[in-house]
Design a protein around this ligand. Structure first.
Ligand code: XMP
Length: 517
């Protein structure tokens, strides 16, 4: 792989994604990895990410300088550029001059392969205080800006390069070209990593892991579990059984999407558990959000494990124990939990069905190396329905935490109808890609006076909560066009009898969370 060394800012994941977009597989390593550990992973190239700090700060993240002696093509970006400059004998100065945001850069040495085929004047995105004041001996200065005399340096013979700006962000006009020149030209790497290859590779790996064993997978209706299941099914066919729990807190049509569309497109064996009554009973009289979450989580595990136990018993009768469990873990979770390769891959299951308490499954995690957009691409390549592959994030407790107040069957029906209208109109307006998600919330304990026809109404408000976000950690409310809002409002108040008001949530996160509960 191309190894992206993470200096602790959010840039490493973005760089890894851009490298993959250039058709080259990449992984992230912490900057604390030694040169020997990095060499052990057989990197075809190394990219040093940006970081939050100055190389002069006490405790600034350091790098084993032996990395520069591995003979591996290396590109330093921003903080990584300065780390590289220092390690190779150049100078980094704290001039007090800062550059932040869009900046004009001039390429001053356009014979370098890094800038081959690009204009000499480029708009680049900067974010730095310190600057490289002298390039290391034997390196050419490749670019400068008004405030930075050495904005890029490199050596084609040693295949070591650095840029002060961030080529991985879209605001750097030729950023992706810089990365591609580094990968394809300087490092000589072909662009041959794509969804088709990932599928082939994962299918091989899954077959190797599972052999003739039996495996189960829980489906949520979301993209991750669906793609994970589809991959495993492609690898081992009917050795896989999927479990889908209908807890009654799903949105309109979601059960049908799984039972009909997903099954039709994959041929997966599916067991649906209809637990709607059970969840409603458990939630009766409860309006505290955290208590709702706890109840839903607890009931979900009980129902799922009962279904699991039934399948295990059935399989055991046929002399084929189930030993594997599929999980849709994604690469960002792996990186964030500090796990590189294969940490903690045994999960013990506490079972309620009279089975041994320490019954263990070996986990199958075919999405462990992938980012969300890559999972979607693979789902499409596998022919999964767009309603599942393109689905926006939806919380596990479902509509249960979008009814402010007690959850009842009638309230769920009201919310489902309003939510379906909002979703349909947003999709029809082509806004799905601009919105991270749009919770629709029923204020079930609030009533307000309205008028409809000649009559006074006393109905509930519905809140629209459209947000834009990269990762749900922070979010801003999406500025939806007024005509779209008007259509949603008209349709909901006309078509959903109990709702007489539609309001828009215009709070960012922080201070508001995305969900209301
Ligand atoms: P908040 O409301 O914390 O939401 O800003 C951030 C993201 O997490 C989702 N979310 C949940 N997902 N179980 C889940 O599986 C939960 O209890 C839960 N609460 C919030 C939310 O939809 C958003 O994407």
């Amino acid at each position: 792989p191309v190894l992206v060394v993470d200096f602790g800012a959010q840039y490493a994941q973005l760089i890894a994604r851009r490298v993959r977009e250039a058709g080259v597989y990449s992984e992230i390593v912490p900057h604390t990895a030694s040169a020997a550990e990095i060499a052990e992973r057989d990197p075809v190239a190394v990219i040093l990410s940006g970081g939050p700090s100055s190389v002069y700060e006490p405790g600034a993240p350091a790098l084993d300088e032996g990395v520069f002696d591995l003979g591996v093509p290396t590109l330093g970006i921003c903080y990584g550029f300065q780390v590289m400059a220092r390690a190779l004998g150049g100078e980094v100065a704290n001039t007090g001059l800062r550059e932040y945001g869009a900046t004009d850069a001039s390429i001053v040495h356009d014979e370098s392969v890094l800038f081959d085929g690009q204009p000499v004047a480029q708009n680049v995105w900067m974010s730095h205080g310190d600057q490289v004041s002298r390039a290391p001996d034997g390196f050419d200065v490749l670019a400068r800006t008004g405030a930075t005399p050495v904005a890029a340096f490199g050596s084609d013979s040693r295949r070591l390069y650095g840029v002060q700006w961030h080529p991985e962000v879209k605001h750097s006009d030729f950023g992706q070209r810089v990365l591609e020149n580094f990968l394809h030209r300087a490092a000589g790497l072909p662009a041959d990593w794509n969804s088709g290859n990932v599928i082939a590779e994962q299918v091989e790996r899954i077959r190797g892991q599972i052999g003739t064993g039996r495996v189960i997978c829980g489906l949520s209706g979301g993209v991750d579990s669906a793609v994970a299941a589809a991959l495993v099914h492609k690898a081992v066919g009917d050795q896989l059984v999927c479990i889908f729990v209908d807890h009654g807190l799903l949105r309109k049509g979601e059960r049908e999407q799984v039972e009909n569309d997903f099954v039709a497109s994959t041929g997966v064996r599916l067991v649906t558990v209809d637990a709607r009554e059970r969840f409603l009973t458990a939630l009766a009289g409860v309006s505290d959000p955290e208590q709702k979450r706890k109840i839903i989580g607890r009931e979900f595990i009980r129902v799922f494990e009962q279904a699991e136990a039934d399948l295990i018993a059935e399989a055991a009768e046929e002399g084929e124990p189930i030993r594997f469990l599929v999980q849709g873990t994604l690469y960002p979770d792996v990186v964030e939990s500090g796990g590189g390769s294969g940490a903690a891959n045994i999960k013990s299951h506490h079972n309620v069905g009279g089975l041994p308490e320490d019954l263990q499954f070996e986990l199958v995690e075919p999405l462990r190396t992938l980012f969300k957009d890559e999972v979607r691409a693979i789902g499409r390549e596998l022919g999964l329905p767009e309603v599942i592959v393109g689905r926006q994030p939806f919380p596990g407790p479902g509509l249960g935490i979008r009814i402010v107040g007690e959850v009842t069957g009638e309230r769920l029906d009201i919310l489902r109808d309003a939510d379906a209208i909002a979703r349909a109109e947003l999709t029809a307006a082509g806004l799905d890609s601009e919105i991270w998600q749009c919770p629709v919330v029923l204020l079930a304990d609030v009533r307000s006076v309205g008028v409809q026809g000649d009559g006074r109404t006393y109905g509930h408000p519905i809140v629209l909560r459209p947000v834009s976000s990269e990762d749900a950690m922070t979010a801003d409310w999406t500025r939806l066009p007024y005509d779209v809002l008007a259509r949603i409002s008209n349709r909901i108040t006309n078509e959903v009898r109990e709702v007489n008001r539609v309001v828009l949530d215009v709070t960012s996160k922080p201070p508001g969370t995305i969900e209301w509960e």
